[in-house]
Design a protein around this ligand. Sequence first.
Ligand SMILES: Nc1ncnc2c1ncn2[C@@H]1O[C@H](COP(=O)(O)OP(=O)(O)OP(=O)(O)O)[C@@H](O)[C@H]1O
Ligand SMILES: [Mg+2]
Length: 234
Amino acid sequence: MKIIEAKNIEYAYPDKTMGIKNFTLNIEEYERVVLLGSNGCGKSTLLKIFAGLIKPTSGNIKIFEKDITKGNYLYFRKNIGFLFQNPDDFLFNPTVEDELLYTPMQLGISNKEAKALISKNANYFGIKKLYEKPPFRLSGGEKKRVALACVLQLNPKLLILDEPTSNIDGKTRKRILEFLDEYKGTMIVSTHEIDFVKKISNKVVLLSPKKDVLKVGGIELLEDTKYLEIAEII
Ligand SMILES: Nc1ncnc2c1ncn2[C@@H]1O[C@H](COP(=O)(O)OP(=O)(O)OP(=O)(O)O)[C@@H](O)[C@H]1O
Ligand SMILES: [Mg+2]
């Protein structure tokens, strides 16, 4: 199955800022994509499009061979795990435990099963002690851990993580890398950490306005289009 087919997509924000320009990319099932690029180059915009949360203002995109339409919204929500760069965009329940339970319950899992399901990831990310707290009172790194646990617990077919390790301590960073290393589905991860390329990816996408061949972390990236340089690394 093709996971993402994006052809000449562009996205302009309501104030006319170009979030992403003339971008083309295909992602096949089980590919592990690391998305690199400088601040403001459009990584978060692109990931929101890939998650079906916003629709390109021009060009064509298919996600799981489906168009971004209202009718497909639930299908995308069930099959795509999306971590926002800013956890405040995601966390809204009264307590951390409610936050963790929210999606499994929405998907019809019983309360008892949902509690068992969240417990594993809560232990893994060391957030059980935060269960009773309101998410807005957490530290930046704690919020990120809660948001990650929420996203990862359902083992989505497509995992999209926007800078999962920003604001994160070394121990949690190691856990995230371990998790991603073992993760079996398709994933797209944006980051400024160059060692992610070698540790977890088999494809690199670099958003860059330059036309040159670039070297990232010792790996040569080939020129493709003006805004995209891709290399398959083996
Ligand atoms: N809601 C918005 N309204 C208007 N412009 C926006 C909005 N969100 C982002 N932008 C602009 O769109 C462009 C791309 O932003 P985006 O957040 O996708 O970049 P990014 O690559 O994720 O950056 P970073 O590495 O800092 O996270 C930037 O010029 C940004 O200022
Ligand atoms: Mg971003």
